[in-house]
Design a protein around this ligand. Structure first.
Ligand SMILES: Nc1ncnc2c1ncn2[C@@H]1O[C@H](COP(=O)(O)OP(=O)(O)OP(=O)(O)O)[C@@H](O)[C@H]1O
Ligand SMILES: [Mg+2]
Length: 336
């Protein structure tokens, strides 16, 4: 999946620096952290490994961060890999057989594991056993290996693509939701301190409101605005500096990026429900990126709705684009 605007890969290093290391520093997602905290405490009391965990939700909300936090809270080492990197069961056998007792194995984009690899994981997850094939042809021998108990943490932006038997093997399944502006404001206050930039509360609230409910967007915006503050405004961020910086980044008053506006613009020209394929071709992005990264925020903030016949703009979206919405009976669809 290509990275959208605001998801700058070059920010990886500083992204890590802003990553909370413990559950107590992780803001928001209260139901998720409450459940995880309880499971961690219980596992620690029993001196057992944590149950397998599946984290789902749109990108940039903290799935990778939470996987690292769980390992830290359990005092366990973490091994990190991703679905597309595991080609065959043998690759997985190599990783599994080198895990230490209680270790966390984090598999990102777990929905993209090949079916044979997924099925190979089943016995490892359930019985902590794997079978290794030795030799080839007539001399093949199968060796069963008992693994030290470990915790599999899977992350996915597409939980629906996981098979039911796979999903059911995770004892703990948690879905992350978009952050409220207030929560993002708190995340930004912590990040501003770590970045050593003086930012007042209204300035941070301005950035928070326009970060698409996403921690990664908020932090990336803050870093760019810090550059502006440092070079031109004595390293201080207030509402005016935040507004200037966000305008430079192409983020509008509602927090929509250029591509958000192109998606809405495409739907506005059709003035009726449009299929995802048409939207993807028109704006030049792949369907998965639009569906997983852009739409959750546009739907949650009431700019578009999914209908059986396709995507449809709401009155709010037409108003945002400065256009007159079609009459409700013009396309036989109820507009919100
Ligand atoms: N609750 C939070 N509190 C503070 N910072 C957070 C929180 N959640 C996420 N972040 C910040 O947002 C950044 C993105 O989070 P993370 O990489 O964990 O997201 P992700 O869900 O794994 O995204 P992806 O699906 O793209 O891999 C992190 O570097 C971290 O700095
Ligand atoms: Mg991640």
């Amino acid at each position: 999946m290509s990275q959208p605007q605001g998801f700058d890969q070059r920010d990886d290093q500083s992204d890590r620096a802003l990553r909370p290391k413990r559950l107590a520093d992780f803001t928001g997602q209260v139901p998720v952290t409450r459940n995880l905290s309880l499971a961690i405490q219980a596992a620690r009391q029993r001196k057992e490994q944590l149950d397998h965990v599946l984290l789902s939700g749109p990108p940039g909300l903290g799935k990778t961060t939470l996987a690292h936090i769980m390992a830290a809270e359990m005092g366990a080492e973490i091994r990190e890999t991703a679905g597309p990197l595991i080609e065959k069961p043998g690759d997985l056998a190599g990783i599994l057989s080198s895990l230490k007792q209680g270790a966390v194995l984090f598999i990102d984009e777990i929905h993209s594991l090949k079916r044979v690899v997924e099925e190979y994981l089943y016995s490892a997850m359930e019985d902590f056993r794997i079978t290794i094939q030795l030799g080839e042809g007539a001399t093949t021998q199968a060796l069963t290996l008992t693994l030290p108990p470990f915790t599999l943490v899977g992350a996915t932006t597409r939980e629906g693509q996981l098979s039911a038997p796979f999903r059911s093997r995770f004892g703990i399944r948690e879905r992350l939701d978009l952050y409220s502006p207030d929560e993002l404001g708190r995340i930004l206050a912590r990040s501003a301190t770590l970045l050593g930039v003086a930012a007042d509360a209204p300035g941070l609230a301005t950035i928070a409101r326009r970060s698409r409910g996403t921690a990664r967007y908020a932090n990336n915006h803050l870093r760019r605005i810090r550059d502006l503050a440092q070079v031109s405004y004595g390293n201080r961020i207030d509402v005016a500096v935040a507004n200037e910086g966000l305008a430079m980044l192409g983020v509008d008053a509602a927090g929509l990026t250029e591509l958000d506006r192109r998606i809405l613009g495409c739907l506005a020209t059709h003035r009726r429900a449009v299929g995802l394929k048409t939207v993807a071709v028109t704006v030049g992005e792949d369907e998965a990126t639009i569906e997983d990264i852009y739409e959750p925020f546009l739907i949650q903030s009431g700019y578009l709705v999914k209908t059986p016949t396709g995507r449809l703009l709401t009155v709010k979206a037409y108003q945002h684009l400065g256009l007159t919405p079609p009459e409700a009976d013009e396309n036989q669809q109820r507009l919100f």
